[in-house]
Ligand binder design. Sequence first.
Ligand code: GTP
Ligand code: MG
Length: 170
Amino acid sequence: SNKIKNAKLVLLGDAGTGKSSLVLRYVKGQFVEFQESTIGAAFFSQAVAVNDETVKFEIWDTAGQERYHSLAPMYYRGAAAAVIVYDITNLATFARAKKWVQELQAQGSPNTIMALAGNKADLLEARQVSAQEAETYANENGLFFMETSAKTAINVTDIFYETAKRLIQA
Ligand code: GTP
Ligand code: MG
């Protein structure tokens, strides 16, 4: 049928969890060790084919620093999908991810597809959040969960592809 669906996707999560790095890996296939902290937000677009349909993601990579928190609703309002990112080596970022989920559940669109990304999965020896704990949390709150690494590219294409699949099924 070759249907094309435009979908606004927002990345949310604490500063330094790797939101920009995930997008850069996904859209450009690149990774940099010294990625600069985002100011305000950055925009990217990426098309993904799922069977005979195409999802055109309009990706808003938000700034995680607390001073930008008040801007977030502009980006998650009307979003078809949200990817909430924490860093598996930093327990506080997992707590912050849960706060984002609560905020989206309270203020976001009810049908937003939500994905939970446990990023920096390459840093296993520094892990502070178990995959089991995150998986359980995700299941109980209507998100799907993957551990990702923008550095090694593990699960990066996959989490966006799975989001696109769910958008088409929705
Ligand atoms: P803000 O823009 O401040 O909200 O941060 P962010 O979430 O966009 O994080 P960013 O992508 O800037 O990454 C922060 C730091 O973590 C950078 O130094 C990245 O190189 C590093 N980083 C990001 N993803 C990974 C990863 O998967 N593995 C490792 N080892 N480092 C990563
Ligand atoms: Mg950033």
